[in-house]
Design a protein around this ligand. Sequence first.
Ligand code: FES
Length: 128
Amino acid sequence: MARVGMPRKFVFVCINERPAEHPRPSCISRGAAGLFEAFREVSGQLGLVDVKVVASGCLEPCMVGPTVFVAPDNVWYGGVTLEDVQLICEQHLRDDEPVEFLRIGREEFELSPLQGRSDLPPGLIPPA
Ligand code: FES
């Protein structure tokens, strides 16, 4: 079946990559590339032609990546694994019920990569 019109949902999967020495982790080093492919595959298997899976740059809550954002639902997921993809696709993308145990919020956005780093000045947040 061909996709027609505006997607009902967008799934942004962060696949951002940083140098290994960067203080903030990057989702690509936590398996995000495979996650992106799995979302495409499973959503296709479920016939979710009105869901668009998009590879994204950094979405900001890097400390709890891999990060996934579902729009227009304004639902954020963190620490997503390959084992979670089927559940998110079926329960949220198909049935409109977010997967609560994977959700993240403001607190996760505010986690600092500098916690525990005594070698850097307090308050210094490296660029994304
Ligand atoms: S690197 Fe993925 S959210 Fe920042």
